[in-house]
Design a protein. Structure first.
Length: 94
């Protein structure tokens, strides 16, 4: 999975790896939990307003069916003023 802003790559992931920050974000937004050894792709990114595209491809150019879910991750009150002044929002994409 690769995230783009226009033609600029903004992030990507394959086999999310079970990080605690990702797991906490999944729980915070009510997304389903992924096992630490899951081979699912997941990103946790901070994005400025704009248009974004997620491209999904199979290993070795294989094809199949993919499901992309995008969640807005609430930020702590400490970060609310930063959010309002910089217009940045964190999203969990998987």
């Amino acid at each position: 999975m690769t995230l783009f802003a226009g033609q600029t790559e903004r992030g990507g992931n394959d086999n999310w790896g079970g990080g605690s920050s990702h797991a906490a974000a999944f729980a915070q937004v009510g997304a389903f939990a992924l096992a630490p050894d899951s081979r699912d792709a997941a990103l946790l990114v901070t994005l400025e307003p704009g248009n974004y595209t997620v491209q999904v491809s199979g290993v070795g150019s294989t094809t199949g069916v993919a499901l992309i879910e995008v969640y807005e991750v609430p930020r702590s009150e400490e970060h609310t003023s930063e959010l309002q002044s910089q217009f940045r929002i964190s999203y969990a994409v998987f």
